[in-house]
Design a protein around this ligand. Structure first.
Ligand code: ATP
Length: 198
């Protein structure tokens, strides 16, 4: 099975696009963010290690790990970010590999927001980058998350530069127009991936 890694900056449209691959073309989607969230649940494989790293103040009354607390800590502390990634990334990678084994399809889409940053290129066969201009990123994320644009700008700055990301792309989707414009680009890629998967 051909493994397509879908990546892009914050708010570039990864979820929108992977939903379309699934709903229009019935293509299975694996979502690294969803896996990370599950790892942090009390029943998850990273729960205790993460609490050991951040201390009990990262645990909410509900026993859930406070992901906002983690995000804020790693945003200002590079060492903590690296240590957290050393816990999370190998487990995400193992879970992706295990999910791939259970899928029966010509190809699948694996959404990995930090595919390049976390050096996970080797678990995919092709890299599909979704590219959106910064203005759209700022507007769309600020609207979606009801946050201010400065905050979004800070996150964009913490991610790999978009030109750098594009250097790793085998395929590119441009998401600067209407959501409907994505349908045609996705249909063309779907045909390409089916042909490559033979
Ligand atoms: P994140 O990196 O935060 O996980 P993402 O890359 O998955 O984000 P989406 O959630 O798909 O991005 O899109 C960000 C927001 O922009 C969403 O609210 C989505 O509905 C909206 N959006 C995506 N594409 C378009 C478009 N072409 N026109 C208008 N809004 C869009």
């Amino acid at each position: 099975m051909l493994r397509i890694g879908l990546t892009g900056g914050i708010g570039s449209g990864k979820t929108t696009i992977s939903n379309l691959f699934h709903s229009v073309h019935n293509i299975p989607v694996i979502d690294a963010d969803e896996i990370s969230r599950e790892l942090l649940l009390p029943s998850g494989k990273a729960y205790h290690e993460v609490i050991n790293l951040f201390g009990s103040s990262c645990v909410l009354e509900s026993k859930q790990i406070d992901r906002k607390f983690l995000r804020e800590k790693i945003f200002i502390n590079e060492d903590l970010r690296i240590l957290l990634e050393q816990i999370i990334h190998p487990k995400v990678q193992a879970e992706i590999t295990s999910q791939i084994e259970s899928i029966n399809s010509r190809y699948c889409i694996i959404v990995i927001p930090l595919l390049i940053e976390s050096n996970m290129q080797s678990i995919v066969d092709r890299i599909l980058v979704v590219e959106t201009n910064k203005q759209n990123q700022l507007n769309r994320v600020a609207t979606r998350d009801r946050c201010d644009k400065d905050h979004v700008e800070d996150i964009i700055k913490s991610q790999i530069d978009s030109n750098e990301r594009l250097k790793h792309a085998d395929d590119i989707i441009t998401n600067n127009g209407e959501p409907e414009d994505l349908i045609l680009q996705i249909r063309q890629l779907h045909q390409k991936y089916l042909a490559l998967a033979i």
